[in-house]
Write a protein that binds this ligand. Structure first.
Ligand SMILES: [Zn+2]
Length: 262
């Protein structure tokens, strides 16, 4: 998004000039074309959960750069500066219209929301706490996938988070996942797709291999809306595509319904 001045900005999709105040009032959704621009995890928490109820857990967890991957420490520091956090996932407990949930929210501004050992551990703990307290788990994804700087350790998070989902399923504890732009690769291929109810914001990029990798793999021509929320909804991978302004009330209804038998 190109900021022209404090009062105006330009939609990154339709290029129309928007009033900043109106854009913020619209929860960063373009009033002209409806494009849902990315929002920070903190903003997501503010607009989703009952005011003042989010209690953050594991804020101090941080990666120890196990492979001494080139430039990883610098990238972690940059992500910390951009988000005020030590990793891409924020987790905690919260209420949504009076119902308690175990929640996690990813922030794309921290290394593309990638899942390394810290993000994976926080997701697993979010689901484990839901099982322990018998409350629904609610997770918002925003990620390019696994974090290559942690190599195999990041891929292990796929198995770990998937195992937590299985345990929740065995225990009858519900898990709701909300896909936001983008939800890709190792995250889509692990816990995200294993949720009992999957909601998605309109126009979010949702897929396994990105467009460039798909092209290299010679998959041929793909539909125009390939790897969007809408395409995945049409093919049964997503339960509902929900406008950002309606997400809180929709989530509250789903959580209320799923909490009934816990
Ligand atoms: Zn627009």
């Amino acid at each position: 998004m190109q900021v022209k001045s404090d009062a105006f900005l330009r939609c990154s999709k339709c290029r129309k000039v928007l009033f900043s105040k109106e854009f913020e009032r619209n929860l960063r959704v373009c009033g002209s074309c409806g494009h849902h621009h990315r929002i920070s995890a903190d903003e997501r928490i503010r607009i989703t959960f009952d005011e003042g109820t989010f209690q953050e857990l594991d804020r101090g967890l941080r990666s120890c750069d196990p492979l001494e991957f080139p430039d990883y420490r610098e990238k972690l520091e940059k992500g910390a500066k951009a988000t005020g956090r030590h990793d891409s996932v924020i987790r905690g407990t919260a209420m949504i219209e009076g119902r308690p949930v175990s929640a996690a929210v990813a922030d794309f501004a921290f290394m593309g929301g990638s899942m390394g050992s810290v993000a994976g551990e926080k997701i697993a703990r979010t689901i484990e706490l839901a099982i322990e307290r018998r409350i629904p788990a609610v997770i918002f994804t925003a990620t390019g996938g696994a974090r290559m700087q942690e190599g195999l350790l990041s891929l292990m998070q796929m198995a770990k988070t998937a195992a937590a989902c299985r345990k929740a399923s065995d225990e009858g504890v519900p898990f709701v996942c909300v896909f936001t732009d983008p939800t890709m690769a190792g995250v889509l291929a692990s816990y995200a797709s294993l949720a009992d109810v999957i909601l998605a914001e309109p126009g979010a990029l949702v897929g396994f291999a990105g467009a460039r990798v798909s092209a290299q793999a010679g998959v041929g021509r793909v539909p125009d809306n390939f790897q969007t929320s809408e395409y995945n909804f049409e093919h049964g991978m997503i339960d509902a595509v929900v406008q950002r302004k309606d997400l809180r009330s929709t989530l509250a209804r789903v959580v209320d319904h799923l909490s009934a038998n816990l």
